[in-house]
Write a protein that binds this ligand. Structure first.
Ligand code: BG6
Length: 495
């Protein structure tokens, strides 16, 4: 019920995620008039803080991290009036009894029953005690009025995911459960479905007859910053591939949905995950490449290697770069490889999906003319400089006849006057509306873990002898180039 007031219970209220992403997004929704009337935020954390201190801290966080900068005082005061804080130990039953009393309390004069959103911005080890506590206090039973939002990482392997998920499943039904993959909230990611299914011109060539391969790059120029302790136990495969990159692959590869609704979209994505050819332990070295950055230079600045970052082991075996070659074994994509790569401290901050079409069946131009000829490709630029490019060959003006690759570009910034909401604004709005289309269903997360387990195991059991194997500020390790070169293909520099 979109009109119902909302009590937003934020576990991990004093943490980084709440301050950097969740609260700035909620405040932007407030500015856009998109929070329901009677929205209240109850922060829960173990720090000693007053209601006012939390609100002050959030004002500072919004100033720093919101796309709109410092809040206007009037607007901030109205939002802050709904913020309260409870110091609590999430392992104590008393916490949940108190919470239940607060949830059940009605303002004088009654008023409609609020929807309660339990947002778990906490490490994965706390998810189980929290949902058990909520369940035992009877706070989860009413599926129309209680929702839970869980953040990745949902476990660090298949077994730990299953444990977390069954704890969630004991107390919440799937329709109450919102598993965030924030890439799905990005405008450009949602637009993949619009591009494919709101236009008749792409889908006829979107298959093995015309597509040679798909290359997905999510490159970051940042290092691990202050997240060394988390990242040491994660690595690029768990941090990015298990969720964000596989979701991008699903959107590119899925069949057309019958309707844009949560179950249909997620079923079609699940079909892709089910069709991914399993990776065998023996095959890991052929389909996967890993890297770790060493010291290097980026835009004139000398940067330390990963092993020199705070909270990182001097002999760390954690990968900061991962590349994979995947095959989707179904009718549409038979023998069309999907190459995925992601890494930290790469030369540029750029995420894009490149659909490379097959070569022409016959080259009519003399060899010298066609020397630069490249098969056409469609590039979906996820970020930054969001947009879509179609690259194809054209004849250079004048004679002699020469061909050159050219570009047709669509840019969000030029086409649309309004700024895009950020991913958390979109996703939080959907949680408040009760729309789970852009969230991960349990079976998807499980299938993604199952696919990657052989790679995770082999990489853990056999420490990489060559780490660090790429310089900060480069495009990653040689082995990622080899992965494609073996098939006679190459990564192209991002556009
Ligand atoms: C997060 C990862 O999920 O995504 C981070 O944990 C990564 O390591 C981030 O930096 C990238 O997201 P975005 O939206 O900044 O591209």
């Amino acid at each position: 019920n979109p009109a119902a007031p909302v009590l937003f219970v934020l576990f991990g209220a004093a943490g980084d995620l709440s301050r950097r992403l969740i609260v700035p997004a909620l405040f932007n929704l407030h500015l856009d008039g998109r929070l329901p009337a009677g929205f209240r935020l109850l922060g829960i954390d173990r720090r000693e803080l007053g209601d006012g201190a939390l609100a002050e801290d959030y004002r500072d966080a919004v100033t720093r991290h919101s796309r709109r900068g410092a809040p206007e005082p009037g607007a901030w005061e109205a939002f802050a009036a709904g913020i309260s804080y409870r110091r609590a130990d999430v392992n104590s039953g008393e916490t949940y009894a108190n919470l239940a009393a607060m949830v059940r309390a009605r303002p004088p004069g009654g008023g409609p029953e609020p929807v309660v959103v339990f947002y778990l911005a906490v490490p994965p080890t706390l998810i189980e005690p929290i949902v058990n506590g909520l369940g035992e206090a009877g706070l989860t039973r009413d599926a129309d009025h209680a929702r839970v939002v869980a953040e990745k990482p949902l476990g660090r392997d298949l077994d730990s995911f299953r444990a977390i998920n069954s704890a969630l499943g004991r107390h919440f039904i799937e329709q109450q459960t919102y598993r965030i993959d924030h890439f799905l909230g990005k405008e450009t990611v949602q637009n993949i479905l619009a591009l494919r299914f709101a236009n008749p011109i792409f889908e006829p060539i979107w298959d093995r007859r015309y597509v040679d391969h798909v290359a997905i790059t999510v490159a970051e120029s940042l290092g691990v910053e202050h997240r060394g302790a988390y990242y040491e136990r994660a690595g690029a495969l768990r941090d990015m591939v298990q969720n964000h990159l596989l979701q991008l692959l699903c959107l590119v590869a899925m069949e057309p949905p019958v309707a844009y609704d949560a179950e249909d979209i997620r079923n079609k994505k699940m079909d892709v995950l089910r069709a991914l050819r399993p990776i065998t332990r023996a095959g890991v070295h052929e389909v996967a490449a890993r890297g770790q950055y060493g010291p290097g230079w980026l835009r004139g600045v000398r940067l330390p290697g990963y092993r020199g970052e705070p909270a990182v082991d001097l002999r760390s075996n954690t990968e900061t770069f991962a590349a994979l070659k995947l095959q989707v074994d179904n009718w549409r994509w038979q023998e069309v490889p999907f190459y995925l790569r992601t890494g930290k401290r790469l030369m540029d901050q750029v995420s894009e999906i490149s659909i490379r079409f097959r070569d022409v069946p016959h080259r009519a131009f003399p060899d010298a003319v066609g020397l630069n000829a490249q098969p056409a490709r469609l590039v979906i630029r996820i970020q930054p400089d969001e947009g879509i490019d179609l690259k194809f060959m054209a004849k250079e003006p004048g004679s002699p006849l020469r061909l050159r690759p050219v570009d047709m570009r669509f840019s969000y910034r030029e086409a649309f006057a309004q700024a895009s909401p950020n991913a958390y604004e979109t996703l939080l709005r959907d949680v408040l509306l009760g729309d789970a289309t852009l969230f991960m269903r349990a079976d998807q997360v499980e299938a993604a873990w199952r696919l990657l387990m052989p790679v995770l195991e082999v990489w853990e059991e056999t420490p990489a002898a060559d780490f660090p194997n790429y310089a900060a500020g480069s495009w990653g390790p040689e082995s990622a180039q080899v992965l494609m070169a073996r098939d006679g293909r190459s990564w192209l520099s991002p556009t």
